[in-house]
Ligand binder design. Structure first.
Ligand code: ADP
Ligand code: MG
Length: 307
C-alpha cells in the first residue's frame, strides 16, 4: 500500500497561462493499479509528471509514500520509474541495450544490469527480440521493451502514461496481463482514455476533468458515489413505466436506459417481467459513470413522458 496525499495542488503553465490542475486534493492508500482517466487536456500527464518529480506544481503539497516530492524529490526517485507519454526507444540500440543503458543510468553495476535486463525480457516474453533494433519490432513489442525497462529496475512505484494507446487489441490484452502480474509487488499508476480498460484493470480510478479531480475510488465506490449503481436497459421503446426513480435516457427509438439504485432496479424488473418486455440489468459501466460525472448525460425523462 502506498499513501498518496495531495493538498491544494495547482499547476499553471507559465507561458500560455494554462491552468492544467486546479485545487486537486487527494488522500488514498493506493495498491495494485491506480488509473487516471479524463479526456484530452484534463491534466492527467501534468498530474503524473508532478507525482513522479519531473515537474514542480505552481502551488500545493504532494506526499508520496511519506516523502514530500516537491521539496525532497531525490528521496523518492530510486523508488519510482516512469514511461512518459509518447516515449520511444533509442533507435540505434537493440532492445536489450535500451534496457541496459537505463539500468546503468539508474546506477546498477554492469553485471547486475545484464542479469536484470535478461530477466525482464524473459518476464515480458520478448527474449527472442533482445538483439533486434526497435525499427525491426512491432509496436506492441516496442511497448513491451519499454515496460521491461521499468520492470527491470528496483522501482516500487511505476508510472505509465497511456501505455496502451495505439496498440492492437491482442497486444493490449498481453500488456494488461503483464500489468496484472506486475501489480502483485508494485504500485502501478497509469493513464488511459480507454474506459473499458480502466474498468477492467484498475483497483482505483481517479476521474480528472479540466484540471479538477472529480472522484477517486474503486469502480464500486464510484458507482455508489453517483447514486446509480445499476443500469437497466429496456428494448421496447413504447413501454411506459410510471414513477421511475432514476436517470432515464432514451438511447434510440427502441431502447431506454435507466440508471438507478438496486431497489429501484428490482422494482422495474418486476414490472418488466410482468409485461414480458426484453431488458437487461448490469452494474453501471465506468463509461456511463464518466459521462455522468463530466455532465454529458442529460436526463430526458420528461421529454419521454410527454412523447
Ligand atoms: N508544457 C506545457 N506548456 C503549456 N501548456 C501545457 C503544457 N503541457 C500541458 N499543457 C496544457 O495543460 C493542459 C493539461 O494537459 P495534460 O496534462 O497534458 O492533459 P492530458 O494528459 O490529460 O491530456 C492542457 O490544456 C494542455 O494543453
Ligand atoms: Mg496526457
Amino acid at each position: 500500500m502506498v499513501r498518496i496525499i495531495c493538498k491544494g495542488l495547482y499547476k499553471t503553465y507559465d507561458k500560455a497561462g494554462t491552468k492544467a490542475l486546479k485545487n486537486v486534493n487527494l488522500d488514498i492508500d493506493a495498491k495494485g493499479i491506480l488509473t487516471l482517466i479524463g479526456r484530452n487536456g484534463a491534466g492527467k500527464t501534468t498530474f503524473i509528471r508532478i507525482l513522479s518529480t519531473q515537474l514542480k506544481p505552481t502551488r500545493g503539497k504532494v506526499i508520496l509514500d511519506g516523502v514530500d516530492v516537491v521539496s525532497q524529490p531525490e528521496k523518492i526517485r530510486n523508488k519510482i520509474a516512469v514511461i512518459p507519454q509518447d516515449s520511444s526507444l533509442v533507435p540505434w540500440m537493440t532492445a536489450k541495450q535500451n534496457i541496459l543503458v537505463y539500468l546503468l543510468w539508474r546506477g546498477f553495476k554492469y553485471k547486475d544490469a545484464v542479469k536484470r535486463a535478461e530477466s525482464a525480457l524473459d518476464t515480458m516474453g520478448i527474449r527472442e527480440y533482445a538483439d533486434k533494433l526497435p525499427r525491426k519490432l512491432s509496436g506492441g513489442t516496442r511497448r513491451k521493451v519499454m515496460v521491461a525497462t521499468v520492470l527491470s529496475s528496483e522501482a516500487e512505484i511505476i508510472f505509465l502514461d497511456e501505455p496502451t494507446t495505439g496498440l492492437d487489441p491482442v497486444s493490449r490484452r498481453e500488456l494488461w496481463n503483464i500489468l496484472n502480474k506486475m501489480k502483485e509487488d508494485k504500485l502501478i499508476i497509469l493513464t488511459t482514455h480507454y474506459l473499458e480498460e480502466a474498468e477492467e484493470l484498475s483497483d482505483d480510478i481517479a476521474v480528472l476533468d479540466r484540471g479538477r479531480l472529480l472522484r477517486v475510488g474503486s469502480i464500486n465506490q464510484l458507482r455508489k458515489s453517483i447514486g446509480y449503481p445499476y443500469a437497466v436497459r429496456i428494448f421496447d421503446g413504447g413501454l411506459k413505466i410510471p414513477g421511475i426513480r432514476g436517470k432515464v435516457i432514451k438511447k434510440d427509438k427502441d431502447t431506454l436506459q435507466i440508471f438507478c439504485t438496486e431497489k429501484e432496479a428490482d422494482r422495474i424488473a418486476d414490472r418488466l417481467i410482468r409485461s414480458k418486455a426484453r431488458f437487461s440489468i448490469n452494474p453501471t459501466s465506468l463509461e456511463d459513470i464518466f459521462y455522468m460525472l463530466i455532465g454529458d448525460i442529460k436526463e430526458d425523462i420528461h421529454e419521454k413522458e410527454q412523447a
